[in-house]
Design a protein around this ligand. Structure first.
Ligand code: NDP
Length: 298
């Protein structure tokens, strides 16, 4: 059986490390979250983020404009938050309704209040290796690898997926840790062969169980970022998720085949319970880092 890279102990360690830093500050760090409309999944993500703030002693504010809000109204709200000194970090919950110019909205957040690290200025800092807020999910994966002492330096890492929020920043963060990095995507020829060359394989695709055992080199570390809901009993059964399905009427599965990976990998992060718990911990890390910077604490 491979080593299971559980996210919860890593999250606990990260949050425990932040608590004394928050306590030392002259005021609580402040995070503002903008949630447009009433998408239930986004609503749940935002509730989880606000709860994490409360547990850590971070001041949080939630703005909830209706789905009919305009790009201009959002830009105005962000401008106000940009100028409020007690707000250190601003998060715009994605996705925004289709009539909103999402890129314009994300780029309106002041780079030094960019809770998610998505602003092009901060992406530039990542490329240049300078300190700045980092995209939370890939930053959490680096923490996961380090916690479990998976060597990165000099290893061959393959990232499947090139999105702005996971794949691309993931590749840059692995490069900064001295991995030799390959990025794959939907146009990659011979995906299985590319993946089999990996010491560390990161799957951030959004296609359930696409990465089967024949994509994985014996002894590799496999990090599964994808999360998809399975609502077909037979498929859940095929993927070894019959028990979850019987209990919940649905099952969560990653991009990596959960049975296949166990036969080949030396270590892997499960779905759920692997990468997922780390994303909010890294949001808290970005928020505390920004508060320290704003308050002149080094
Ligand atoms: P996107 O849809 O933005 O990107 C998916 C990427 O996968 C694209 O680069 C796409 O290639 C590539 N891809 C799609 N199909 C294939 C294929 N058949 N072969 C190879 N590559 C393929 O997704 P995200 O990056 O936002 O998210 C990826 C997954 O991670 C999703 O399941 C999402 O739910 C999950 N996620 C989980 C988080 C967590 O906290 N656990 C946080 C964020 C995301 P191309 O560019 O060519 O189209």
């Amino acid at each position: 059986m491979p080593q299971i890279l559980e996210g919860v102990p890593v999250r606990t360690q990260i949050l425990n490390g932040l608590k004394p830093r928050v306590a030392r500050l002259s005021r609580p760090p402040g995070l503002a979250v903008i949630l447009v409309g009433d998408d239930p999944a986004s609503g749940q993500y935002v509730r989880n983020k606000i709860r994490a703030c409360a547990e850590l002693g971070v001041h949080s504010e939630k703005l909830t404009p209706p789905a009919s809000t305009t790009t201009e109204e959002l830009l105005k709200a962000i401008e106000t938050l940009n100028h409020r000194p007690e707000i250190d970090a601003i998060l715009v919950q994605m996705p925004l309704p289709p009539h909103i110019a999402s890129r314009k909205v994300l780029e309106a957040v002041a780079p030094d209040k960019d809770a998610d690290g998505f602003h092009p200025v901060n992406v530039g800092h990542l490329v240049a290796g300078r300190p700045a807020p980092r995209a939370c999910t890939p930053a959490g994966i680096i923490e996961l690898l380090k916690y479990y002492r998976i060597p990165i330096d000099g290893r061959k890492a393959v990232v499947v997926g090139r999105s702005d929020i996971v794949g691309k920043p993931m590749a840059l963060m692995l490069l900064a840790e001295n991995a030799t990095v390959t990025i794959c995507h939907s146009r990659t020829a011979n995906l299985a062969e590319e993946c089999r060359a990996a010491d560390i394989l990161i799957a951030a695709i959004g296609k359930p169980a696409l990465i089967t055992a024949d994509f994985i080199a014996p002894g590799a570390t496999v990090i599964d970022v994808g999360i998809s809901r399975i609502s077909d009993a037979a498929e859940a059964e095929r993927l070894g998720k019959a028990e979850d399905f019987a209990k919940n009427g649905t099952a969560w599965v990653g991009d990596v085949h959960p049975i296949g990976v166990r036969r080949v990998a030396a270590a892997y992060s499960p779905v759920p319970g692997g990468v997922g718990p780390l994303t909010i911990a890294m949001l808290m890390t970005n928020t505390v880092n920004l508060a320290e910077r704003h308050l002149g604490v080094s």
